[in-house]
Design a protein around this ligand. Structure first.
Ligand SMILES: [Mg+2]
Length: 252
């Protein structure tokens, strides 16, 4: 009886909301810092990541650290790197997507295989940081000499669809559990992404959830080729206006 009353109190005190999970690179902004620096610097001076080097650790982190050491040797400053990221506009109307969903009282988290310092600085520069509840990404920081240090978000070997430094599904599940503890549960998840590393989280979504894979990117083509039934409703997108239209048409 006591357990039943406790359960009833818990149910009644739980707030039901919509959770928005967004990727960052190629979903909110078009290019990541590695691509921006590669466009700017002489290509023969930069280390090239090969399939073999990735397969050694199933992670981009060791190569990225090498890359930033080289960038440091080429005298690219912290200020210059932050400027490169901040000056990059959002993908068409993706900032509006964030604003609308925030205005609708959704909780918004970013789960990204990018680097904390760049995601944070872009959002702050665009006055969008306060709209995002949590950012889950690889920690990165500049030391006093201006060298950028990067670390994996975590280490995992269970998920074969994700790199060893980040399984987005496990991060999402951790967040859902954490929020339940705080008395917040979600009746719907809106997941917006583009990459192969969004696939594992996408497959864990339920019937009531909405999945937005970016057209022409790996998540979309992987979903098109998959034979098993996917539970969430799928809405392919090419820009923020598509997402806004779909959300409005479906009264979401
Ligand atoms: Mg991406």
């Amino acid at each position: 009886m006591f357990k039943f009353i406790l359960w009833l109190i818990l149910i009644q005190s739980t707030v039901q909301k919509t959770l928005v999970v967004m990727d960052f690179d190629h979903t909110i902004v078009e290019k990541n810092i590695i691509q921006l620096l590669t466009d700017m610097l002489p290509k023969d001076k930069l280390p090239v990541e090969t399939k073999e080097s990735f397969l050694k650790t199933f992670s981009f982190i060791p190569h990225t650290q090498l890359f930033f050491k080289k960038v440091h040797e080429l005298k690219v400053t912290e200020q210059k790197m932050l400027q490169l990221i901040e000056n990059q506009p959002p993908i068409d109307e993706m900032d509006k997507v964030l604003r609308i969903l925030h205005h609708q009282n959704c909780d918004i988290v970013i789960i990204s295989n990018s680097y904390s310092v760049f995601v944070e600085s872009w959002l702050r520069f665009r006055s969008l940081r306060h709209m995002v509840n949590r950012i889950f990404t690889n920690p990165a920081w500049f030391d006093s000499t201006g060298l950028l240090h990067v670390k994996g978000y975590h280490f995992q070997s269970k998920c074969r669809l994700s790199p060893s430094n980040l399984c987005k599904r496990s991060v999402m599940e951790f967040f859902l559990k954490y929020q339940r503890f705080q008395g917040i549960s979600y009746n719907k998840i809106i997941y917006i992404g583009d990459g192969k590393n969004d696939m594992c989280a996408a497959l864990s979504l339920k019937e009531n959830d909405l999945l937005f894979p970016r057209v022409g990117f790996l998540l979309h083509s992987m979903l098109s080729n998959i034979t098993r039934r996917i539970k969430p409703k799928i809405f392919p997108w090419t820009n923020g206006s598509n997402i806004i239209n779909i959300l409005q048409t479906n009264k979401l």
